[in-house]
Design a protein around this ligand. Structure first.
Ligand SMILES: Nc1nc2c(ncn2[C@@H]2O[C@H](COP(=O)(O)OP(=O)(O)OP(=O)(O)O)[C@@H](O)[C@H]2O)c(=O)[nH]1
Ligand SMILES: [Mg+2]
Length: 340
């Protein structure tokens, strides 16, 4: 399948997400830094995570990278860290605590803090793929963000300006923050350190983004929590989540095409209405009329609630984690079939 190349997918600075005037440069014109090896004329896909504190951003990143590597491998490709710093930071802050020690991750420090490891992006070399009839080296740049920075944005927004230049913002909505769901899950899911109201955080994010138009993947995170409500016959959610014909009850079988994306989009929109997220949906509808490209998703990084501060012994069963990225890949025309 061929797709038109979106002129937007040019060579960008991975540190600011801004386009490079000279796509063959080895040094960024926006910050005084070298560009990773092989950067010249590459296609840079820029993705930023967003959401309240504890909405699941960092665990999403931890799992996403593993699944992305697997996905590329299945297509005959290889995904590698583009620089040593990405390799080290992913290992230290995501892989070791989560996959090796089977623990959860500490809250991401605000960007102004000296410990803010996420000020540097995670940069991955997706290898060389055919795009619209030519072969291009593709890099994916991911920015994790501290929920705290979006709940109480700093006066000086310089540290968050990259949002304006992102191709895609993956905005996580934690269903456990909805009082009705929190009450139903009392004792099963910890509601001790929940983040702020998702609509408020979205409003802050939209203010940071301003007139820029990154696509927005509005994603119901921790979807395992909603799915577990199927076993609560006393609640209306039992019938909703027990609908086995629903797209949100099955994994996407890549490629990202056909009816599945649209069905999921419509179903998650209905779920958000049922979750009393009307204010958030109204904000999004307004932005959509102003040209923001929005799609709804549902994901679970863990597949089941953690056991205290650790993963369950049976491990994780991620659900639809790649979908928000596959949306971008599909429109950019990359990784949409086996590598030949
Ligand atoms: N049940 C369930 N819980 C999850 C899932 N993902 C995250 N959580 C829970 O949410 C908590 C917060 O996840 P993080 O990924 O650290 O959240 P964050 O958005 O990075 O939070 P900040 O760094 O504070 O902005 C975890 O410690 C888990 O308890 C999931 O897929 N399912
Ligand atoms: Mg985090």
């Amino acid at each position: 399948m061929t797709h038109p190349i979106n002129p937007d997918f040019e060579t960008r600075c991975p540190y600011t997400f801004r386009p490079l005037q000279d796509p063959t440069a080895t040094h960024s014109e926006h910050v005084d830094r070298e560009l990773p090896e092989g950067w010249a004329n590459s296609m840079t896909l820029c993705v930023a995570l967003a959401g309240a504190r504890a909405s699941g951003k960092s665990l999403y990143v931890a799992v996403l990278i593993k699944l992305l590597k697997q996905f590329a491998e299945d297509l005959g490709g290889v995904v590698r860290a583009a620089d040593q710093s990405t390799d080290e930071r992913y290992a230290t802050y995501y892989e070791t605590p989560f996959f090796e020690e089977m623990g959860l991750l500490p809250s991401t420090p605000p960007a102004a803090s000296s410990e803010a490891y996420q000020r540097d992006p995670l940069i991955y070399d997706l290898g060389t793929w055919p795009v619209g009839g030519e072969r291009r080296r593709i890099f994916l740049v991911i920015r994790d963000v501290a929920g705290e920075d979006l709940e109480n944005p700093p006066v000086d927004l310089a540290d968050l300006e990259f949002f304006r230049h992102a191709h895609e913002v993956v905005y996580l909505f934690d269903p456990v923050t909805v009082p009705e769901i929190g009450n139903l899950l009392h004792g099963i899911v910890s509601t001790d350190s929940l983040g702020a109201d998702p609509a408020e955080v979205l409003e802050n994010l939209l203010r940071i983004i301003g007139p820029a138009r990154p696509r927005m993947a509005v994603t119901l995170s921790k979807f395992d929590t909603l799915r577990s409500l199927e076993k609560r016959p006393e609640s209306e959610w039992s019938a909703i989540m027990g609908n086995y014909g629903a797209t949100f009850n099955r994994q996407l079988n890549p490629p990202y095409s056909g009816n599945d994306p649209q069905l999921l989009h419509d179903e998650v929109h209905s779920l958000l209405q049922r979750l009393d997220a009307q204010r958030m949906l109204n904000l999004l509808r307004f932005e959509q009329q102003e040209g923001l490209n929005i799609r709804y998703f549902a994901t679970s990084s863990l597949g089941k609630p953690p056991h205290g501060s650790h993963l369950q012994r049976s491990g994780i069963a991620p659900f639809r984690v790649l979908d928000p990225l596959l949306w971008l890949f599909y429109d950019a025309g990359v990784m949409d079939g086996p590598l030949r």
